[in-house]
Design a protein around this ligand. Structure first.
Ligand SMILES: Cc1cc2nc3c(=O)[nH]c(=O)nc-3n(C[C@H](O)[C@H](O)[C@H](O)COP(=O)(O)OP(=O)(O)OC[C@H]3O[C@@H](n4cnc5c(N)ncnc54)[C@H](O)[C@@H]3O)c2cc1C
Length: 408
């Protein structure tokens, strides 16, 4: 059995398959968790079932792009390539689709902390999981009310809020600037204090228990009578009866080899680690105005967010870093730090904001990618679902929303 890709989805799939008795090899071109799974905000965002494509986004998006205070960026020469995906993406920005997508995502995210616990149980990776609450910080009640639609969806899925306003905000968290006057806090969340270290620890557990990691590039599939026979890699041909594609944003060319044209784009994201930060928050906060998370990780405060469209090839832009830096200084005016580490990566985003989880026709090849903003949160559950499917133990949730066949 071969798992292609060693990010959070791949390592979770490999571990669950191994625990079910399978002989598993993981192939990754760069080793465990070196891509998107390393640079995320680290939040186990159990409440993150509301997609980016909320109602009205199609009308608001052009203004958001022009607004220097909004965390949306575009490399304009990429726009013609982006347009077919963007049209499909924005077509879901309505009330009915937002509820349908949220219902689908809720199954994958709502029990995230328990799923991470189960995956990491008995391994060194447990040390990286921090259980905590998760707060959204707003300038005022009007800004909170503007998000009422999203909060109603989270409430429907069982997330209740503790509200703090006025001076209670700074009494609860003295690191926050005085102009942040409202904090909405949910329990039953968590974060990973070093996402790269966490995936590496899970990978080490997989190898300790007899699994194999091959460093190589997968370029094709060797099929016979519509079934997988081998995976073609830069290290040679590797025979297998089953393969799982957990290659994140890089899954599109491999899916094309299987005759499926998946509308998958990079929502490019950025982070800055403020190393050895002092005077910052000691719990994770979503800064609603800048739509970024501030997570107190082991190396320092990691501020992660922004969306930029520009494809996979272009290097990082300066403006998203400048935006994150300014918003962080505004939110935590008394924080000091030693130095900064900048990172840019690629969220794997399908045009309908739902991942692909399931078998591609009857090929023996399973898809497990397309987790856009929620891959760290949903990775362990996705891996478990895939392992159950392959082991012939159908999970007791409806997998139709994630069916690869919806793009056939
Ligand atoms: C700025 C930012 C902040 C984020 N914050 C959060 C957050 O707080 N919480 C959350 O839940 N999610 C967050 N996310 C999203 C999350 O990081 C991703 O959804 C998740 O990491 C995707 O994991 P993955 O395993 O699918 O892909 P990846 O981690 O990208 O792994 C894919 C792997 O496949 C390998 N690969 C690709 N092609 C091939 C090939 N042909 N052959 C061999 N190997 C190949 C790559 O080397 C890579 O290791 C954030 C993302 C960004 C960018």
């Amino acid at each position: 059995m071969i798992v292609i890709g060693g990010g959070i989805v791949g390592v979770s799939t490999a571990l669950w398959l191994q625990r079910m008795g399978a002989d598993v090899t993981v192939v990754d071109r760069s080793g465990w968790g070196k891509a998107t799974s390393a640079g995320n905000g680290g939040i186990l965002a159990a409440c993150a079932m509301v997609p980016v494509t909320g109602p009205g986004l199609a009308k608001k998006a052009p203004w958001m792009l022009l607004d220097k205070n909004f965390p949306l960026f575009m490399k304009w020469r990429y726009l013609p390539t982006l347009l077919p995906w963007l049209r499909k993406f924005l077509s879901h920005a309505n009330v009915e689709d937002t509820h349908r997508i949220a219902d689908g995502l809720a199954h994958l995210v709502a029990d995230s902390v328990a799923q991470h616990d189960a995956l990491a149980d008995g391994t060194d990776a447990t040390d990286w999981i921090i259980k905590t609450d998760y707060s959204y910080a707003y300038q005022n009640r009007a800004a909170f009310d503007a998000d009422a639609f999203s909060w109603a969806i989270r409430k429907k899925h069982g997330f209740d809020l503790t509200m703090r306003d006025g001076a209670d905000v700074q009494a609860f968290d003295p690191s926050l600037a005085d102009d942040i006057r409202l904090l909405a806090t949910m329990g039953a969340h968590g974060f990973i204090k070093d996402p790269a270290g966490y995936v590496a620890a899970l990978g080490a557990e997989f190898e300790d228990k007899g699994g194999t990691l091959v460093t190589g590039d997968v370029t094709d599939f060797d099929m016979s009578d519509g079934k997988i026979k081998a995976v073609v890699t830069s290290q040679g041909r590797m025979r297998c009866d089953y393969a799982v594609l957990t290659t994140g944003v890089w899954s599109k060319p491999l899916m094309k080899k299987l005759g499926l044209n998946i509308p998958l784009e990079s929502e490019r994201g950025y982070h800055i680690v403020f190393r050895n930060a002092k005077g910052g928050p000691n719990h994770p906060i979503m800064l609603a105005a800048g739509k970024f998370v501030a997570t107190p990780m082991e190396a320092g405060l990691r501020c992660a967010g922004t969306v930029e469209f520009g494809g996979l090839e272009a290097g990082p832009s300066k403006a998203p870093f400048a935006f994150l830096r300014k918003c962080t200084k505004d939110a935590f005016p008394n924080m000091t730090w030693d130095d900064e580490i900048e990172w840019q990566g690629h969220r794997p985003s399908t045009s309908d904001s739902l991942p692909l989880i399931g078998q591609i026709r009857e090929t023996g090849i399973y898809a497990g990618f397309g987790h856009h903003h929620i891959g760290l949160t949903a990775g362990p559950k996705t891996g478990r679902l895939l392992a159950q499917l392959i082991a012939g133990q159908p999970p007791n949730i409806d997998l139709t929303p994630y069916a690869p066949a919806r793009f056939a």
